[in-house]
Design a binder for this molecule. Structure first.
Ligand code: AGP
Length: 619
């Protein structure tokens, strides 16, 4: 959470920083700030509560000159969202300014020590402690700023991506990371710095991904002719940076005529899933080749158990994978919330395969879960969307989903691509183990190739979904029900509604309703039932009857041609017939659309819902 951006070069820094903050706003948006050193050597810091646009309004009549600067968009952890707690933070002498993404866990101890030395604090943040500690270290040890940063970071417990400006060195920008992402862009006579590549992409495609416990010093001399970067660890070991080419285009970051990124991303799914399958499902649609599996076949074939770990929507994709892997590969699967897994002293064996799922590849809990499993010798396979992110870099092998940047905070296209990737993996293991019959394998692979067209058919019902969604904006609560492969879809539908419309929603396995939730049913209660033609269809129909008998209002997702549910449900949305294991790829689409339209009618900020951030890089 939190987005950081920095610039040093020959151009005016402020417009570049502000544009960068807008790109990173998905990471947090409760306050924002910028620090610039102007031509006269003055360090100006401007901060405002709220979104980046509020910072722009605040800074409109201020001096925003300078060719070096840092900027931050915040998702509050320590201290409420306000202008004082917003970054950048000054050091005691106001010579240094810092921005930070992450959490300094031992900030209280460090702060108490600094207070004894006479240091005063203006904010409630952990970040201010860090900039004070750097200044204190520099003054006491009589070292240069880079060394002071290294020494200070050696004392820090926690996660950070930081950037620091020094008023006395307007030609230098220093940054470091541990646990939070940081990318350096190398332009012509200029450097960029950001939490991810989105603020950098329009200026350069040459980047360096900073690794944990590395410090980078970016220097542009006064004639702007000499550009220099130095990379070292916080322990002072010099390193040679590896320059990579960015695979990201500007058009991928724009709304393309849609009112919101979320709607664009929902409608992109036929194409993004085609991209996810490209080069993996062959043109005859009779075989799947996943290089991450092929290269490590034995680890999967010898696995006694597969542990899937993830958070939020990615965890829901993991649940669907549990059904597929157990059905096709007959390997026991456990699906774990990363946040629980990392702390509950789980039994992990050397022959376990751990599959980590993450859109961003930066989720702190999932990273920690991987580190734990790795330390016990398990093989780590990750499913990730962001190329070069921390999770794939920490994994032994994996599979990128290739859906392009997902900007809407509510995950949509990343989820369906995760399900596709995991289904492909389950099919590969099953075929190789001989636990999946060749004709069933072939049927599912063929059907996988048809999914993009079938999603188009579901998307064509958007107008009707938008119309009936209006009727439900009154609701305070929703229940979502599903069974088997579609139980995780019920959870995902409920999560989508909660996060963007602020309506309370719960997902349940349909058969669990009679064990409690049925008490909630009344004519006020909308119940979304995911009821495609699957093994448990008849039983789900009985659940719908039970809801109707208690006057609940039923919105059902059914298979085309269903004549039973359509007669009893209040609203039905049809999906084309497909293999049972692939139904989630179709049934989730109307639930994404319904959540979207309810949120829009309620006037909610769909792309940036309150209190949320796209990438959860703190615990
Ligand atoms: C999804 O809509 C959420 N915003 C959230 O649950 C998300 O899926 C979760 O934070 C995990 O993120 P990751 O996939 O980037 O690890």
């Amino acid at each position: 959470m939190c987005g950081i951006v920095g610039y040093i070069g020959r151009r005016a820094a402020y417009p570049i920083l502000i544009k960068g903050l807008h790109r990173l706003e998905y990471r947090g948006y409760d306050s924002a700030g910028v620090a610039l050193i102007n031509e006269q050597g003055k360090l100006n810091v401007y901060k405002a509560k709220g979104k980046v646009s509020q910072l722009e309004a605040y800074a409109a009549d201020k001096d925003t000159g300078g060719t070096i600067g840092i900027a931050h968009t915040r998702w509050a952890t320590h201290g409420e969202p306000n202008a004082v707690n917003a970054h950048p933070h000054y050091s005691e002498s106001e010579r240094l300014a810092i921005i930070h993404n992450g959490i300094i866990e031992n900030y209280a101890v460090l702060k108490a020590g600094l207070q004894k030395e006479g240091y005063t604090f203006k904010s409630e943040t952990d970040t201010e402690v860090l900039v004070q500690l750097i200044e204190y270290t520099q003054l006491n040890k009589h070292v240069d700023l880079k060394t002071a940063v290294q020494l200070a970071l050696q004392q820090v417990i926690g996660a950070y991506a930081i950037a620091i400006l020094d008023k006395d060195h307007p030609d230098t920008l220093i940054a470091a990371r541990k646990g939070s992402p940081l990318v350096v862009g190398i332009g012509e006579g200029e450097y960029f710095l950001a939490s991810d590549a989105t603020p950098i992409v329009e200026y350069t495609d040459q980047v360096i991904y900073i690794e944990d416990e590395e410090v980078v010093v970016l220097t542009v001399n006064s004639q702007l002719s000499i550009l220099n970067y130095q990379l070292s660890t916080i322990n002072g070991v010099e390193k040679t940076p590896e320059i990579k080419r960015l695979e990201l285009s500007l058009s991928q970051l724009e709304k393309g005529g849609y009112p919101h990124f979320m709607l664009k991303e929902i409608f992109e799914q036929p194409r993004t899933l085609t991209d996810s399958m490209r080069g993996r499902v062959n043109v005859r649609q009779d075989n799947i080749a996943l290089s991450g599996f092929i290269d490590n076949k034995d680890r999967f074939l010898n696995a006694k158990r597969i542990i899937i770990t993830a958070c939020g929507t990615s965890w829901h994709a993991g649940l669907i994978a549990m059904y597929a892997i157990e059905e096709f590969a007959q390997i026991p699967v456990e699906v774990e919330y990363s946040s629980e897994f990392r702390y509950r002293k789980p039994v992990i064996n050397k022959d376990d395969v751990v599959i980590a799922i993450s859109q961003s590849g930066e989720t702190a809990d999932t990273l920690a879960a991987i580190q734990l499993a790795k330390s016990k010798g398990a093989f780590i396979f990750s499913i990730c969307n962001v190329i070069g992110a921390s999770i794939p870099r920490l994994s032994d092998s994996g599979c990128y989903t290739h859906v392009g940047p997902e900007i809407g905070v509510a995950s949509t296209k990343a989820f369906t691509a995760q399900v596709v990737a995991l289904t492909m993996l389950a099919l590969c293991i099953g075929r190789e183990k001989g636990t999946l019959a060749p004709d069933q394998y072939l049927r599912i692979v063929r059907e996988l190739g048809q999914i993009p067209d079938k999603i188009e058919r579901v998307l064509s019902q958007n107008k009707r979904i938008a119309d009936f969604a209006k009727t439900f904006t009154y609701a305070q609560n929703f229940i979502y029900l599903g069974r088997g492969y579609n139980y995780p879809v019920a959870l995902e539908g409920a999560l989508k509604l909660k996060e963007i419309s602020y309506i309370h929603a719960e997902g349940y396995p349909a058969a669990e309703m009679k064990h409690g939730p049925i008490a909630l049913i009344s004519q006020e209660m909308p119940v979304v039932v995911v009821a495609p033609h699957c093994g448990t269809y008849e039983k789900v129909v009985s659940n719908i009857q039970e809801i109707k008998a208690r006057k609940g209002r039923v919105i059902a997702v059914v298979t085309e041609g269903d004549e039973v549910v359509s007669k009893i449900a209040d609203y039905t949305i049809e999906i084309p017939e497909t293999e049972e294991c692939l139904t989630p790829l179709l049934t989730v689409i109307p639930l994404q659309l319904m959540a979207y339209h309810i949120a829009v009618v309620k006037g909610c900020d769909v792309d940036q819902p309150r209190n949320l951030a796209k990438s959860v890089t703190v615990e």
